[in-house]
Design a protein around this ligand. Sequence first.
Ligand code: 5GP
Ligand code: MN
Length: 338
Amino acid sequence: MNGTEITDLKKILASPKKVVIIPHKNPDGDAIGSTLGLYHYLKEYKHDVCVITPNDYPEFLKWMPGENAIIKFDTQTDRAKQCIANAELIFTLDFNSFSRVDDMGPFLEKSNATFVMIDHHQQPDNYAKFMYSDTSMSSTCEMVYHFINFFDDNNKITADIANCLYAGIMTDTGSFRFPSTTSTTHRVIADLIDKGAKNANIHQEVFDTQSLSRLHLLGCALKNLVMLKEYHTVYITLTKEELQSFNYKKGDTEGFVNYGLSLKGIKFAAIFIENQSDDYIKISFRSKGDFSVNEFARAHYDGGGHNNAAGGRSDDNMEDTTKKFVTILDQYKALLQS
Ligand code: 5GP
Ligand code: MN
C-alpha cells in the first residue's frame, strides 16, 4: 500500500464502521491469527467488527483471544450473511481470490462494501480497492503488524494482538525456519514478545496438545510414504478409511507433508488426503529451493499458494491420482534433478 492509500484508508477508519474480516476456508494459524489480531486492533477504535470464517478450524487454534466471537459461515449462515450484507468495509486476509472461501464467494461478489486485501500469496485477483499484497512476506500476521504500524499505532498493539500475530508467524514460517523468515520477521517477533506474546505457551498450545490417535495417524502416513528417488520426490497417501480408523479430527494431518522434505536429497513432497465428506482428494505440496509448487499446483491441480508451499485438489480416486502424479512428474524430471 502506498502513502495515498494509507491516508485514504485512515480517513475511512476515522469514524466507527461496520467491518467484516474473513480468512480462507480451512483456516490455518496464520489465517486465524491475522483475522483475530486485526479484530482486536479495529475494536480499539470502536468499529463494529465481525470475524467470519468459511468453516471450522483445528482445536489447537481455539485458545486465541477473541476466538469465541468468530462466526462460521457453514453453520451460522444467516448471521454471517447478515453481517456481510451490512458491512461497509470487508477485509480479506491470507487469501486473494474469492474461490478460496467456497460458498461465501457469491455473497462477497454481491457486496457493496469497500474491500481491503492483506495477503502474501501469488497472483492476487483484482477485487480490493485497498490492496496490501506482498509475496515476500513470511505471513499475513507479519503484514498485519506492518499494517498497524502504517497507521503509527505500534503502541496500540496489546498482548491479545501480540499473541494472535505471534501464533500465525510461528506456524507459517515452520517455527521461523522457512526461507521466508527474514531479519525483519525476527524483529517483529521480538517486539511482539515485548508486547506480551507468551512465546513458549503459544508453542505448547499449538504443538503439544496432540491426541494419541493423531500420533498413530502420523505413523500410518509415514508408513504409506513413497520415495521416487529419480525425481527427488516423496508422496504420502491417506484414505478415508485410514483417517476414520485413527479417529481423524480437523487439523490432525497438519504438518505431515513436511516429513517428506526431511529426507536427504528430497526437493518435492506431496500428500494426498481423501476428503471425509465430499468426493475429492485434497493435496498439499511442499518444495525446497526453486521448484515452484505454486506453478505446479496451478497447472495441474486447480490450486495455488506460494513457491514452496501450495495446495490443490484431484477429483480422481486415490490410485488414479497417484498414477497421474507420477506421469506429470516426468515432465519436471530435469528441473527436479538440477
Ligand atoms: P496447505 O497445503 O497447508 O493446505 O496450503 C499451503 C498453502 O497453499 C497455503 O498458503 C494455502 O493458502 C495455499 N493453498 C492450499 N490449497 C489451495 C488451493 O486449493 N488453492 C489455492 N489457490 N491455494 C491453496
Ligand atoms: Mn499465510
